[in-house]
Structures are given as C-alpha cells and as structure tokens.
Design a protein around this ligand. Sequence first.
Ligand code: CMX
Length: 434
Amino acid sequence: MEALKKKFADKALPMAGQIKQFVKEHGNTVIGDITIDKVYGGMKSMIGLVTETSKLDPEEGIRFRGLTIPELREKLPRAVGGFEPLPEGLFLLMLLGEVPTQEEVFALSKMLSERAEVPAHVFAALDALPKTTHPMTQFSIGVLACRTESVFGAAYDKGLNKKDYWNATFEDSINLIAKLPRIAAYIYRRTYFNDDHIAPDPSLDWAANFAKMLGYDTLDMKRLMRLYLTIHADHEGGNVSAHATHLVGSALSDAYYSFSAGMNGLAGPLHGLANQEVIKWLYQLQDEIGTKSPTKEQISDYVKKTLSEGKVIPGYGHAVLRKTDPRFSVQQDFYRRYIGQDDLCETVQLVYEVVPGILEATGKVKNPWPNVDAHSGALLVHYGFTQYDFYTVLFGVSRSLGVLAQLIWDRALNHPIERPGSVTTEWMMKKAGL
Ligand code: CMX
C-alpha cells in the first residue's frame, strides 16, 4: 500500500500546485455558455466539474485516461489464462494515469483480499432488514453501516491536517472497494438463497472472488464479471452516481458517506436501475406476446405500446452519448464470442434493430441508441443469474472503482466544497427581459 500511495502522491501532489498556478494565470478564460435552457434542462453538458479518471465523448463513448473500451481489453493485465481485463487494473489506470503492470495489478488484488473482512455489525444491520428490502437499499445501508471503519472520520475527529486528507481517503477507498463484494454477496445470498453464504477465496482476483461468493464459480461467470466490473466503473464526473459521490465528498464527508450517496443516485430508474428495468420489460414483453422468440414486428408493437403508456424504453437514450454505447457493443462481442446462441440475447439484438427508429420518429429523443443497460441483464440471465432486482448492485460494486479513485484525487487536489448558485423562475424571467 505504501508504494502505491507514494506513486500516487508523486503524481497528484505536484499537480495540486500546478492547478493552483494554472487557475491563477488562466482563471478568466471562458469555457462555455450558461443559457436558460441548460439550467432548466438538468445542466446537460454544461461544464462545471473536473474529473481526472475518464472523459465521455458524445459520438465515441467513454475513454478511461485516454483509452477506449477495446483498448482496455487489449492493454490492461488479465488473470492468468483469462481474456477479459482485471478491473483492478482499470482502478490503477484511473488513479495513476498509466497502464499498470501485471505485478501491480496482482499486488492490488492481494491487498483487496487482505482488507475484505466486513465487521459483524454490518451483517447484523443487514439482517435487521426484511428480505423484501430492495437490494440497492440494503447495499446503501451496508456501506453506511461500514462507516465505523472510516480512517478519515477517526483522524478528522482527532484533528487532521488538510495535507493528509488524501491519505486517509486513500485508506478508506481501498478498504471500501475491498469490502463491497462481500457486502453485495451477503445481500444476494440472504435475499435469494436463504442465507446460504459462501466464503471468499483470497487467492482469487476481485471479480472472480465476487462471482464465487455470489454462487457462480465457473469460468464463464468469472470472465463475465471481470468485463462487467470493468465497463461499469466510470463514465466521467457528471452522471448522477459520480456527481453525488463527488458532491457529498466536497463537504469532507468520508468515502463511506459519499459512496452511499452515489449509490442512492445509482438506484434511480433513469440511471443504474435501468439494468433491472430492461430485463423486467423484456420478460413482460415475452409474457404478453406469449413467446420467448418475438419477431421484429411484435417487438415494434410492444415498444409503441410502452411509449403510448407514457413510459420510457429502458436501456435506450443517454444524457450525453449520441451513438450506440461502446459498453453495449462490447457486450454484443462477449455474447458472440462466448455464448453464440441464446433466445434473450437474440431478442436484445432485435430490440436494437427496432427501437432507435421508433424513438427517432418521436422527434424528441436526443439519443435513440442503446446504453450499457440494454444488454447486461441478458448475459447474466444466460448464466442463470436471473434475480434482476439485484443487477444494480453489480453496477454499484463496479462504480466504486471510478468514483472512489476520483474522490482520492478530489482530496489530493484540495477541491473545495461545492455550492453552485441557484435562482428563481422570477429571476430567470427578468433576466430574459420579461
Ligand atoms: N424512451 C422513451 N422516451 C425517452 C427515452 C427512452 N429511452 N429517452 C429519452 N426519452 C424522452 C425523455 O423522457 C424526454 O421526454 P419529455 O420531453 O416528454 O420529458 C425526451 O425524450 C428528451 O429526453 P432526452 O433529452 O433525449 O434525454 P435526457 O437526457 O433527458 O435523459 C435518459 C436521458 C437516459 C434519462 C433517458 O434517455 C431515459 O430515460 N432512458 C431510459 C432509461 C435508461 O436507460 N437509463 C439508463 C442510462 C444509462 C445509465 O445511467 O445507466
């Protein structure tokens, strides 16, 4: 851990000074326009945040420290004999800005295993909840219950020098990333498998161990989990889960508080919960039409019916992207490469052929193309993971990598408390000359 921290400090701490100087010299440079439609329209693409870990291009999709998803798949270290990247490698890439070596990634896997123990009171807090509690509610509560372990919280109580904020946040972030698969697996096994829990295997990498604790100790699921936890990790800073984590962190709330806030945002159906909504919608489609292999015409009718009921088509559209999400495309590739034939995955493909045209024809949807959530559930269902109201927890475990890497940067760069201005509609109208 000390070597990793030193590597981070050598990069991040000089940058804090450089940014100070940069802002002093170029602080008046105008970088965008704030217009009334942007403020009322959810601040979409209005630049207001600095995020080091990744950048989203509307036409091309996400780049993590400059690397696209296909490049991650090619360049990041893999498990021995594996094809998909190890998500630990992506965390190091986002944290340090360089592709890590195999040894560095294995060392992080080992460190995460060593820090994975979850205090008994966290499980007790989860056990106090009805099993019908949504898994995302349980997940957020589990994370908050873990806050007793916060190194930042304890150090701040004693009086922590500003210069050391990043160090304590580093400890908390690594500890939390290490514990999340155990918390998540505990929720899964208590909710659907009558508390039949599965012990971790410290010899496995983060994703493979998670798959094992969930109850999927196969090569296929380890492979899928490594890819899944890589592609959901980050999507620049303005999405609800990243933004919420960052915002709450700006008050110097520690990693546990901040990440739990991010997860409460991820639990919304317009964000991470869309992955469960997609499968729910596909099952309803199958039920209503009475077949597991609907035709394009049947899908088209069902899509139009969904829209006519004033509902969204889950898994389609995006606040920033304007093309097919590369996170969708890589899952299509996974399907073709490792699965080949599956009724639900074939339906996902047909939905892809049908939905964009219909959404485009509405004349109002800015992006008719699929996002990451349009495909992820069908791959899980193929391997027998059918409890779709758990899917957003998987997304959340992955999202920890990006938002917590950024939280460490936030504290190292000494980003201030956030407090954007707000105005009334009366003020807006006056401004517009009315
Ligand atoms: N189905 C039906 N209508 C849609 C739509 C969809 N998939 N996507 C957008 N629209 C509608 C909006 O609801 C909005 O309608 P109103 O003007 O009647 O309010 C209109 O089209 C314009 O919206 P937009 O500017 O294109 O989209 P936004 O940036 O406001 O919202 C998003 C983006 C993702 C919330 C939206 O596309 C959506 O609801 N998609 C379905 C849910 C989903 O898949 N979310 C997951 C996103 C990825 C993630 O975060 O995980």
